[in-house]
Design a protein around this ligand. Structure first.
Ligand SMILES: Nc1ncnc2c1ncn2[C@@H]1O[C@H](COP(=O)(O)OP(=O)(O)OP(=O)(O)O)[C@@H](O)[C@H]1O
Ligand SMILES: [Mg+2]
Length: 234
């Protein structure tokens, strides 16, 4: 199973948006897909509860009180043949060290959405340090090359976007994709959909941008299957 976690210290950077879009994409591709919501706000679970039951299924779980509760099903835990687990986490400020460590330990690939603003760039740099130190990334088998940055809500040709690109270049962590600021994300979320489930004519550009992210994740899935990180279950 390929475990992909969305994480960053900043609220509102797009963790849930990317988590739900990934879950919808993999489910539509026929993968047995789970979505774990570790955020007490429950936004991913809420999205899943709005998903039409005729859509490709996603096994949803909410984390709370040291246990997992299913969303919209009686499935008490991830099916043993699950292929993809998407983990949505709360903003880093709300993450205690023990949860941070557990998430790092149970992650094959970590995606960090960042908004193109100086405040977010600064916070992102600090959070990477936190993942390495408090999260014990090295001891828990999470390599820097398995952390990918996704610039989100981008408006190209702005000073803020160019500053973000410059920062990411220096960082030495893969800069995987840039996603535009687009109303399609808001619409899809409201309807329990991913943008790949909207008509292509509606969002060709958005889907093109996603292909960079999806290709990178495919490469990581292949690498992880050969290194076979045995992290265990939540
Ligand atoms: N690429 C995008 N284009 C337009 N709107 C977006 C995009 N990404 C996210 N949003 C919107 O921005 C808001 C915050 O996004 P989201 O909830 O995914 O962030 P988050 O990091 O999960 O926030 P939190 O830390 O509160 O859990 C939402 O209203 C969402 O619809
Ligand atoms: Mg969220």
């Amino acid at each position: 199973m390929h475990k992909i976690t969305l994480m960053n210290s900043k609220g509102g950077c797009g963790k849930t948006t990317i988590a739900t879009n990934l879950a919808a994409y993999y489910a539509a591709k026929g993968y047995s897909t789970c979505l774990f919501d570790f955020d007490p706000q429950g936004s991913s679970a809420n999205w899943l509860s709005r998903r039409n039951e005729n859509r490709p299924p996603i096994y949803g779980f909410v984390a709370g009180n040291n246990k997992m509760s299913p969303v919209n099903s009686n499935q008490q835990q991830a099916p043993s043949d699950s292929q993809i687990a998407i983990i949505d986490s709360p903003a880093g400020v709300a993450l205690d060290d023990a949860t941070l460590k557990a998430l790092v330990k149970n992650t094959d690939t970590l995606l960090m959405p960042v908004l193109p603003s100086p405040i977010d760039i600064h916070a992102c740099a600090h959070f990477i340090e936190k993942i390495l130190i408090q999260g014990g990334a090295k001891q828990n088998g999470l390599k820097m090359s398995n952390i990918g940055i996704v610039a989100n809500r981008v408006k190209t040709n702005t000073v803020a976007y160019r500053a973000l690109c410059k920062f990411l270049d220096r960082l030495g962590i893969p800069f995987v994709a840039s996603l535009n600021d687009a109303q399609n994300y808001v619409f899809a979320h409201e309807h329990g959909l991913g943008i790949h489930e909207l008509s292509k004519s509606r969002n060709v550009k958005d889907q093109e941008q996603w292909s960079e992210l999806l290709n990178w994740l495919d490469t990581k899935a292949m690498e992880n299957s050969t290194t076979n990180k045995q992290a265990g279950n939540f």
